[in-house]
Design a protein. Structure first.
Length: 364
């Protein structure tokens, strides 16, 4: 293969370590300090059109769908437009109501995933406006959409997506800021979010510098047959993506739940052999998340927290630097990419090419 491995043993490890540069690329040339917003050249949506959007519907598959879930939350928070994400494959087959006031966004690394492309074509046939949030320039989805944002992650070779996921989420942050600033997001909040975006590359480096701790933790938890991932609101899609990452690359069974739903069923699974990874941002739900950790501890569950400060109820905490609360989800999953990588490594897995999976699924 033609890419220089630069001393990394796998593409997954290399691509995890490229994330600060990748995010820097996603921001480059797009920040507009004069108006405390961002400039997205290919969006093809003027201010009047942006203001006319009543809903946002995001479609993708796998990791890209999870990026869309975080994106939907950012758009709701910063632009106050109702937004949600759905797997493109499901959307196509349920004969969805296509609404002319909804902005549809197709998310895809490759830009070639058949289910996403077919959803875009069906939407276009029904007269919808569809934007793309795509990595590969000139790909089928990029060509079929009316405009969009290139995420500029650079080539991603490992089947399991890492840097592209991060750049997708950052790109959604840019879009949310842009839509927000055409509506009610203040200049002050725009400035605050821009400052947060600028801090991301250095904060990513800080997280990656903690690699030795994460490697140790991965070895410690690699004996688990199954793992639970929990989070609330901004932390929940992070938990979902982290659980997907672990199962794809290590083949350990993992499932993700909103922490608030534990008591409605999955708490029955908690025992020492079923560790929990908890996403615990220092936000308005901190106390609620701590209560969930207590519930798990009371059932002798082991807990690994990813948090902004050491969590007393957890057996271990990976501390992640804090950004603006609207952007925290961008950073909190990054240590868990390394966690999945080191778990798979400890188990001797084929990290860049997990069994049964393909980098891009161009058939149904
Ligand atoms: C495949 C890959 C996943 C990826 C998904 C969507 O299933 O194994 O890692 O998230 O396709 O791919 P896309 O290129 O559309 O982002």
């Amino acid at each position: 293969e033609s890419y220089d491995m630069g001393g990394h043993d796998t593409y997954m490890h290399k691509e995890i370590h490229e994330q600060a540069d990748a995010v820097d690329r996603a921001l480059r040339g797009r920040i507009d300090d004069r108006f405390s917003t961002v400039h997205l050249g290919g969006l093809n949506l003027d201010a009047r059109e942006a203001r006319a959007v009543r809903r946002v519907k995001i479609l993708g598959c796998g990791t890209s769908y999870h990026a869309g879930q975080i994106g939907a939350q950012m758009i709701e928070e910063l632009a106050r437009i109702p937004a949600d994400a759905e797997p493109a494959s499901e959307f196509r087959y349920r004969n969805p109501v296509v609404d002319p006031d909804t902005l549809y966004i197709a998310v895809s690394q490759s830009g070639e995933t058949y289910d996403v492309l077919a959803a875009v074509q069906e939407l276009k046939r029904k007269g919808a406006r569809v934007l793309g949030l795509v990595n590969v320039v000139g790909s089928a989805i990029a060509r079929e959409t009316d405009g969009g944002i290139y995420v500029h992650a650079g080539p991603e070779v490992c089947v399991v997506s890492t840097k592209c996921f991060t750049n997708m989420v950052v790109s959604f942050g840019l879009l949310a800021l842009h839509l927000g600033r055409t509506r009610d997001l203040s200049v002050a909040d725009g400035k605050r979010i821009l400052a947060g975006l600028r801090k991301l590359p250095a904060q990513i480096e800080e997280i990656l510098a903690n690699e030795a701790q994460i490697e140790e933790l991965a070895k410690e938890y690699a004996d688990a047959k199954s793992m639970m991932f929990i989070g609330r609101v901004r932390g929940y899609p992070v938990a979902r993506e982290a659980s997907l990452k672990l199962k794809e690359v290590s083949y350990i069974h993992a499932e993700a739940y909103p922490a608030s739903e534990l008591k409605h069923g999955p708490l029955a699974l908690i025992e020492p052999a079923m560790p929990t990874v908890a996403i615990v941002p220092d936000d308005e739900l901190l106390e609620k998340n701590r209560a969930a950790l207590e519930e798990i501890k009371a059932r002798s569950g082991r807990i690994l927290a990813v948090a902004h400060s050491v969590q007393e109820k957890a057996d271990h905490t990976i501390v992640v630097p804090k950004n603006e609360h609207e952007l925290d989800a961008i950073l909190m999953g990054i240590p868990l990419q390394l966690f999945a990588y080191y778990t798979a490594k400890a188990m001797g897995r084929d990290i860049d090419k997990p069994r049964n999976l393909a980098k891009s699924v161009t058939v149904e």
